[in-house]
Design a protein around this ligand. Structure first.
Ligand code: TYD
Length: 138
């Protein structure tokens, strides 16, 4: 589903479609690069909202725009890439040590995130210069 090893990668989820509609199931080793310990979702982002602006030391995540669309800006300290999530069967895997910013949320955006760890404030790097230092130390 996603490219292992890369700092981030865009993949497709398997869709079961018939005349009644579409279904996506994410299950165990079939679909997930890590065991999920937390699920959260973002919605109700007003026009112009920007979120993220942090990196994680250990956390891995899978982001899915189950409704609407948004743009991720991903940065590993040496290059930046913009990834648009605009279909409910696309999933973006983000590994540790990636600075992320999210913006251009559509009004109907519901961004589902599957995470490898429970919420831990100490895992966040919220200062961009500190992020760059931590990447260079590695
Ligand atoms: P924040 O990290 O600012 O969200 P984003 O990265 O999308 O901009 O999170 C907003 C608030 O929610 C902040 O007080 C931390 C809290 N929070 C939790 O309690 N649990 C969670 O799983 C997450 C992601 C955030």
């Amino acid at each position: 589903m996603t490219e292992a090893g890369a700092k981030w990668s865009l993949g497709r989820l398997p869709v079961r479609a018939d005349e009644r509609g579409r279904l996506v199931a994410i299950e165990g080793e079939n679909g997930l690069p890590f065991p999920v310990r937390r699920i959260y979702y973002l919605y109700g982002m007003p026009s112009g909202a920007e979120r993220g602006f942090h990196a994680h030391r250990k956390l891995e995540q899978l982001a899915i725009a189950v409704s609407g669309s948004c743009t991720f800006v991903l940065d590993d300290g040496s290059s930046r890439e913009e990834v648009r999530l605009d279909r409910p069967d696309a999933c973006l895997r983000i590994g540790p040590a990636v600075w992320r910013e999210m913006r251009d949320f559509s009004a109907d955006c519901v961004l589902l995130v599957l995470a490898s760890e429970r919420f831990e404030d100490g895992d966040y790097i919220r200062d961009y210069d500190e992020f760059l230092e931590s990447v260079r130390r590695k």
